[in-house]
Design a protein around this ligand. Sequence first.
Ligand code: ACO
Length: 432
Amino acid sequence: MPHTASVKLDDKEFPLPVMQGSEGELAIDTRKLRTETGYICYDQGYGNTGSCESKVTFLDGDNGILRYRGYPIEQLAEKSDFVETAYLVIYGELPTPAQRKAFGLLLRQNAAVETQMQRIFEGFPVEAPPMAMLTSIVASMASHHSELATNNFEKDLQNFDLAAAMAISKTRTIAAMIYRYQKGKPYIYPKQDLPFCENFLHMMFSEPYKEYIAEPEVARALNLLLLLHADHEQNCSTSTVRTVGSSAANLFTSIAAGICALSGPLHGGANGAVLQMLQTIHDEGDDGTRFIAAAKSGSKSNRLMGFGHAVYRNFDPRARIIGKAAEDVLKKLGIKDPLLDIARNLEQATLKDDYFVSRKLYPNVDFYSGIIMRALGIPTNMFTVLFAVGRSPGWIANWHEVASNAKGRIYRPRQIYVGHTKRDYVPIDQRA
Ligand code: ACO
């Protein structure tokens, strides 16, 4: 590895330090470039910009590798569960039995949503987009628990364990309550004795006199789904959390901003769009040819949902795991879902199509996650909300890195201004 790089402007050379990550990732440190040369780096959308150093997740998009804190996603998916993985993502190590127990207890003790906070729900139209509700209600946690959300890194870090447990556990309860509210059903409160995912399903699907008891396969599938979403490096929502957090905003506010970012159809909102696409293909009796042809037109609005990824230029390893899990869950639950067959056919067709092959467009995690959620009885408009619950550990871990980095600075990129140059104000009666 070279130890220095340089930028040459005309005849003058400016040396720049080189950095190397623990997995050999290389970077040129351009922080001083502007002060020394007057130039900034232009990188629209930050596709080639390292905005931070992070110890949370390693992702190699060219080789389809994803690891949380060093552990391969495949091993975690097979052997761990969501709560253990959440602990790993947040605290950096797999928990000891005592740590696992204490963390589980903290989640259980902080699952309920306060009565005052419940009233916020009533202010929303019943048909409000669930992600819009989730954003506002999670943001309101900063007001209901203002002692944990002081917007002072030092103080907020002192209460981090409690705030983190609340952010995961209450976000799940809020998610279930949004579902109940929209259905016009009474809320079902969390039960202390249920594990995290079973409790989630209980809060969604139990009725006042009829308790929903999750089949082990169902709870396992939900665990897997949340675990696979627990973190994903500097994606749009996580970098949003870091950006907001860098202003010393508290954990709840920063996470609420992440939820906003996640709601877009090019990010977390894609899973619902995938299912709509598969359903349309099914209803039209098509085999997907029309969608594939439209996607190849190059128009952004016709993209094949669930395909392509900002960083993977190979199979998204989560898509492999989730595609297999979708098949297993459906088989175990005795469900025959024609959308799974359509998804498999679509995947096969794209693997032979030069448009997709040459652009390295493969199914991403969202391509199969909707099929699992549908099998669990979760409606399409709740898919992204579940994604948000799953991603909460990653957002928390990244916020913690920002808050605890004494040398960190506020996220404040620059721009190339391409608007009007200076011009003088014209009074309104003189304008044409
Ligand atoms: N269907 C058809 N063509 C596509 C697709 C797609 N899904 N994705 C990318 N392309 C094309 C682009 O048009 C571009 O073609 P060109 O070279 O002829 O201009 C080429 O592939 C490269 O695409 P980029 O725009 O560079 O990809 P980018 O990294 O900007 O976008 C994104 C990544 C947003 C995920 C994109 O692939 C997409 O829109 N996919 C569909 C939405 C989706 O599934 N999002 C979920 C992502 S996973 C997640 O957030 C959990």
